[in-house]
Design a protein around this ligand. Sequence first.
Ligand code: 5GP
Length: 199
Amino acid sequence: MKLLQQKIREEGVVLSDSVLKVDSFLNHGVDPQLMDAIGEEFSKRFKDQSITKVLTIESSGIAPALMTSLKLGIPMVFARKKKSLTQSDGLITSKVYSFTKREENTISISSQYIQTGDRVLIIDDFLANGQAALGLIDLAEQAGAEVAGIGIVIEKSFQDGGEILRQKGFRVESLAELHSLKNGRITYKEEATAGVNHS
Ligand code: 5GP
């Protein structure tokens, strides 16, 4: 998705060989026009999949997931990382190791919001080692739903999450695929394949 790639080039900050900071439009500040375009793109890619719910994880997945659910005309549910006082019966939980925070979280949804018969589209901001996506898949499957696809805003193709999920047979659609963040430089997958050098 060209608009997203441009935005990452203009505003993304490479923090290390494996971490990209995009706080200005996705992880802290949120660009509503870009989120609108992201929602449109995911909805175009998954519109023939009879999706009934969009599932994400707080907090950075919420903006792209909400726009996708709006475009598809279906509800969105986000998994919580901390147990809420108002959550009581029918809690479904899974454990997720966070790549950026280096800690394990128990994530949860109420069984009220995702049920048997639902076809779930999982949306998240980044795909690194796949732990967040695997936790969300686990929640959806425990709820009796089917995972119909996974939509990722930024996939880091040099980490193994994409391969793990695709090998398990999930359809993963990423709007920007990073081939490398080496030496402070962003290289997209298609540039690496075409041999383009952005030095
Ligand atoms: P995974 O579970 O696939 O290892 O990591 C995905 C989660 O970690 C995402 O939900 C995202 O919050 C965070 N994450 C992973 N890599 C990055 C990164 O390079 N930059 C940012 N901002 N977040 C990341």
